[in-house]
Design a binder for this molecule. Structure first.
Ligand SMILES: [Zn+2]
Length: 251
C-alpha cells in the first residue's frame, strides 16, 4: 500500500501534502548549478561557512519548489531568479523553519527598479501584502544583495514582513519561540521604536520609525547586514533578534 502511495504521489504531485512535498524537496540533492548561481549573485552566501550553506541548501530547495513565483509586466522568471529569491527568503528563517512562510500565496516579481503600488506610492521597492502576496522588484532585489554590509536588503525586508505576518498581523510581533519571550520582546522593541519616534539617533535608518512592523523589518536588515554595529549600539535589541532568529550573525 505504501508503495502504491509513493508512486501515486509521484504521478500526481498536485495532490501531495505540503509536508511530504517539502520533505521530498529537502532530501533531493542540491543542484550544482544552483551553487554557482548563489556564488555569482548572493554575497552573503559567499561569506557563509560551508556548514551554514549546507544548512540552508535544503531549505532553499524546498522554498523554490513549493512557492508560486511569477514574473509580471513581461518579466520572464528564470531559475536564477527563483534561486536568488529563495536564498533571500531562507536567510531570516534559517533557524525558524519554513512554516513561517506557509501563508505566502504568491511571489510576484517585476522588472522595474521602482514599483507603483496603490496605497504605497510610486517609488516602492517591494511590498508584503497582508493576504500573503509578496511583490518584489528584481533590480531592487539584486541591488539589496550586492553590498552585504550596508544594512539594506529589499528581499530580506519583505520576507521579514511576511514572517511577522505568520500569526495573522503584520505588527512587529511575530510568533516567538517561547511564551516567556513575548514580554521582553515587546518591552525592548517597543522602547526602541518609541525612542526613534521621539527622534533618538540610532544606526537604523529613519524608516524604522514609521510603525512597529517597519521597525522590525529595518532592524532585521541591520541585524543580518551590520550585526557588529547593532550589537554594539543597541545590545538589548540585538539580543532579542538573536534569540528570535536563533543565531548570531556577528559571532
Ligand atoms: Zn516595509
Amino acid at each position: 500500500m505504501s508503495d502504491f502511495l509513493d508512486h501515486f504521489f509521484d504521478w500526481l504531485p498536485i495532490l501531495e501534502p505540503r509536508s511530504r512535498k517539502r520533505q521530498r524537496l529537502m532530501e533531493a540533492p542540491f543542484p550544482e548549478d544552483w551553487r554557482a548561481i548563489l556564488h555569482r549573485n548572493v554575497p552573503f552566501w559567499r561569506a557563509w561557512t560551508p556548514e551554514r550553506q549546507a544548512e540552508a541548501e535544503p531549505m532553499i530547495q524546498a522554498f523554490a519548489g513549493e512557492q508560486a513565483m511569477t514574473g509580471a509586466q513581461g518579466l520572464e522568471l528564470t531559475e536564477e531568479m527563483r534561486v536568488v529569491i529563495s536564498a533571500s527568503a531562507v536567510r531570516p528563517v534559517l533557524r525558524l523553519g519554513l512554516d513561517y512562510y506557509d501563508h505566502i500565496s504568491e511571489i510576484v516579481v517585476y522588472p522595474f527598479e521602482r514599483l507603483s503600488v496603490p496605497g504605497h506610492g510610486d517609488r516602492v521597492l517591494g511590498v508584503a501584502h497582508a493576504h500573503g502576496v509578496v511583490v518584489l522588484s528584481w533590480p531592487a532585489v539584486l541591488r539589496g544583495l550586492r553590498d552585504p554590509n550596508d544594512g539594506l536588503d529589499t528581499a530580506l525586508h519583505e520576507f521579514v514582513h511576511i514572517l511577522d505576518l505568520a500569526n495573522g498581523a503584520m505588527n512587529g510581533e511575530p510568533p516567538l519561540r517561547e511564551p516567556e519571550h513575548v514580554n521582553p520582546w515587546a518591552r525592548v522593541l517597543g522602547r526602541r521604536f518609541e525612542a526613534m519616534q521621539d527622534g533618538a539617533r540610532t544606526p537604523l535608518r529613519d524608516y524604522a520609525a514609521v510603525n512597529p512592523a517597519e521597525f522590525l523589518a529595518v532592524s532585521s536588515e541591520h541585524f543580518f547586514e551590520r550585526p557588529a554595529e547593532l550589537r554594539r549600539k543597541m545590545p538589548d535589541l540585538y539580543r532579542q533578534l538573536e534569540q528570535f532568529y536563533g543565531w548570531d550573525p556577528a559571532g
